[in-house]
Ligand binder design. Sequence first.
Ligand code: SF4
Ligand code: SF4
Length: 214
Amino acid sequence: MDVQPVYPEKRLSFPEAEAKLTWLALLLDAHSIVDQGVEQELVGQAKAEGRKLACRKGCANCCRIHAAVPVYPLEMAGMAWYCTEETTGETREALVSQLEAFQEGNPCPFLVDDACAIHALRPMACRQFNVFDTPCAEDEDPFYNRRQDVLTPSDAFKNRAFWVTLPFYGIVDERDKEIAIKENHIHRQVRVLQQCNWKELAKKMRQFDEQRRG
Ligand code: SF4
Ligand code: SF4
């Protein structure tokens, strides 16, 4: 069977921003590793069992119903940067309104017109949540009712991804990195996307627009 890669092998690149924001390169490296891990699992499952990815653009029940998407501080910095400096037009306007109005229990505030407005910088948890064969029904979380259809991300790729982000958290020594991964220190940093105060980000985006207009 000829199995085509689903995710780009290449790491996303924002050269100007990465030159100014050293942490952004760490995040893009980590995302690339996670994406490669997901791709390897998808291709492996397709080859071994003929399974097909059900996820596609416009299919967004997961983004409406998931109540606790884990997100790390480095990822939040990346999401805030992308919203502020890279989104444009009607998507940006919708995003600002949703971030301002967001309350826990709402669909994800980054979901605009059934697509992720921060797709390039979406968190690792979203990158890794992939469902096989049958798209999720409305209000269905297949993690609970058909776990066998949910991709299990590779721990090796996840740990490699976390490893490259450790300098952002002040962990630079190789031995300290090994301990941090082994003892799951990174997971103490995790937040819940739906419990974050996104109003501040909306404010920052408005301020950025005002400064740009002069
Ligand atoms: S996780 Fe479910 S709802 Fe989300 S894109 Fe995949 S199939 Fe669609
Ligand atoms: S960040 Fe994007 S992919 Fe993740 S839940 Fe929100 S809209 Fe969906």
